[in-house]
Structures are given as structure tokens and as C-alpha cells.
Design a protein around this ligand. Structure first.
Ligand code: NAD
Length: 277
């Protein structure tokens, strides 16, 4: 398998772990060639931690001209909306972490149409992120009657979400386990963009972002980020609960999401045999 040149958009929590995984050869057959971050100092700070010294690009135009074969987005939904299409147009593969951006059906169709026009020269990869069981949901998607994701997090993990700008919910005074939101994944990813990317992953695997239901629950005592998937249909039912420790320095990002990103890239770069994907 030829070695993959990797470019990274977003040099925060997930980006840093991915870069270090390439550097330590946890991911083999990959070379990190370019870094880009909206906050230049974040890219420079990551570069300083790496012996390989990938180039820091001051803007996207310079970044996209780098010799990367695959671009990893570990930045924000906005970054996917802004850079997704130009990456496909440049015939590069794209791995997306801010999957919430793909819950917008129009944007998703445009991105996939573009990839189709490029005649398979670009592939789009979506790691399973902070949840499990996506293989099973994909298998039963034609038989699903209902699918619900219940995400339970601490106030610290949910703080700052756009949801709180428009609703009268005060995280500081919640003292017991409280459901604060229920709605379709298409809406949930906009209200909680840094918390329920997994709802978009579930939607892509199953019945889409309008039919996938999301509940967000605040637990003041929570020490983990919990995602529970309940799916029902003619196949029977599936219930999967994942209790994720958070990533040091970022209570919003589950450590499983970091591990899933590393495993996805490792598999793309190195595996002739893919199990469960
Ligand atoms: N799929 C999943 O299960 C899952 C799980 C956790 C996090 N995420 C998502 O992955 C993304 C990265 O997560 P993280 O924990 O590394 O976040 P982070 O905040 O630690 O780092 C994000 C970095 O991206 C940069 N950035 C943001 N918007 C940008 C833009 N438009 N252009 C260039 N750079 C930009 C920031 O400056 C920052 O350095 C987030 O969108 C997060 O919501 C997905």
C-alpha cells in the first residue's frame, strides 16, 4: 500500500492526538505533511510537539496546495461547510470529525454529488466517533421503526452550546438529572454542535437526520459522557450504552472519539482487511 500523506485541519484535542499517533507510529504508513488551524498559534503549538515538523499553513489556499492525499477535519462544522467541497474538488480524500455538518441534507447531497462527479477520486470517511454499534444500525436501517439517541453529560460538558442562547435553561441551577432537549438530529446538531456529532453519525448509518430522535440530559453528578442508542424494528431491538471518559483538557470530547479517529485513519492507511466497516 503506498504511504498516505496526511493534512490536518484543526490542531486541538483530536488533531493533536492524531498527529502524535502518526509520529509514534501507532498509525503506520502515514506521513503528516501539513497543518492548518483558524488560530495560527494552535497549529504552531502542535508543530512544536512533533519531530517531523509538518508545514504550518497560514491559510486554506496554501494548505490545499500541499501534497496531502487525505485531509482530516478535526475543527468544527463550519470548517466542514467551508472546506469540504474544495477538498473534494482537489481530488483529496476527506475524513470528517464534525459530522454534525452532514445532518444538513442539502449540503450532504452536494458533497456526495461532487465526489461522484470526481469519479471516485475522493473518498469521504466518517469515524464512528464516541458511539458503538454503527455496524448493526447500518445492517438494520431498512427495518427500523424508531431510533433514539439519549446523550447524558455534565453541565461542564454542555456549557456554551448555542441551545442556551435561545432557551431559558440555566445549567447552574440544575441539581438533579434533567432532560433539557428532545428533537430531531437535524436540529440537535445545530443546538449542540460540539456534543452530539454522534447523532449525525447515527443518522448517516440509519434513517437520516429528520427521523433520528435525540434527547439531551443534564446530570450534575456525571463523570462520563454517556450515549445510549435505542433502536426498534422488525429485526427486534438494539440497546447500546457507552460511558465515555472525557479527553483531558476538553470535557466536551469523549476519549472514544479520539480513539475512533486514530483507528479510522490507521485502517485507511494500513489495512487490506477491514472488519466491521
Ligand atoms: N464524531 C464524534 O464523535 C466527535 C466527538 C468529539 C468531537 N467531535 C468534533 O470534532 C471537532 C474537533 O474536536 P476537538 O475536541 O479536537 O475540538 P478542539 O476545540 O479541541 O479543537 C478544534 C480546533 O479546530 C480549530 N478550528 C475550529 N474551527 C476552525 C475553522 N473553521 N478553520 C480552521 N480551524 C478551526 C480551533 O481553532 C481548534 O484549534 C469538533 O467539531 C467536535 O465537535 C466529534
Amino acid at each position: 500500500m503506498p504511504k498516505k500523506n496526511v493534512g490536518l485541519i484543526g490542531c486541538g484535542t483530536i488533531g493533536t492526538h492524531l498527529a502524535l499517533a502518526i509520529e509514534s507510529r501507532t498509525i503506520v504508513n502515514a506521513s503528516l505533511v501539513g497543518l492548518f488551524d483558524g488560530v495560527d498559534s494552535n497549529a504552531k503549538s502542535l508543530q512544536s510537539k512533533l519531530k517531523s515538523s509538518p508545514e504550518v499553513h497560514p491559510d486554506f489556499n496554501s494548505f490545499i496546495d500541499s501534497p496531502a492525499d487525505i485531509i482530516i477535519e478535526a475543527a468544527s462544522q463550519e470548517a466542514v461547510r467551508k472546506f469540504g467541497k474544495p477538498i473534494i474538488e482537489a481530488s483529496k480524500d476527506l475524513m470528517i470529525m464534525s459530522v454534525g455538518a452532514l445532518a444538513d441534507a442539502t449540503f450532504l447531497t452536494e458533497l456526495l454529488d461532487l465526489a461522484a462527479v470526481r469519479k471516485g477520486r475522493s473518498k469521504i470517511y466518517v469515524p464512528t466517533g464516541a458511539i458503538a454499534g454503527i455496524d448493526a444500525i447500518r445492517s438494520v436501517k431498512h427495518l427500523l421503526d424508531s431510533i433514539t439517541l439519549t446523550t447524558t453529560k455534565s453541565p461542564k460538558a454542555l456549557a456554551g452550546a448555542p441551545f442556551f442562547a435561545t432557551r431559558e435553561v440555566n445549567l447552574d441551577i440544575i441539581t438533579k438529572v434533567t432532560e433539557i432537549y428532545e428533537g430531531p438530529a437535524a436540529e440537535a446538531v445545530k443546538l449542540f454542535p460540539a456534543n452530539v456529532n454522534v447523532a449525525a453519525v447515527l443518522s448517516l448509518a440509519g434513517v437520516g437526520a429528520d427521523k433520528t430522535k435525540v434527547r439531551v440530559v443534564v446530570d450534575p453528578q456525571a463523570t462520563t459522557n454517556q450515549h445510549e442508542i435505542v433502536a426498534k424494528g422488525r429485526f427486534g431491538d438494539i440497546k447500546i450504552t457507552v460511558n465515555n471518559v472525557t479527553t483531558p483538557g476538553n470535557p466536551k470530547t469523549s476519549f472514544l472519539a479520539v480513539l475512533s479517529a486514530i483507528e479510522c485513519l490507521r485502517s485507511i492507511c494500513n489495512d487490506a482487511l477491514r472488519v466491521g466497516s
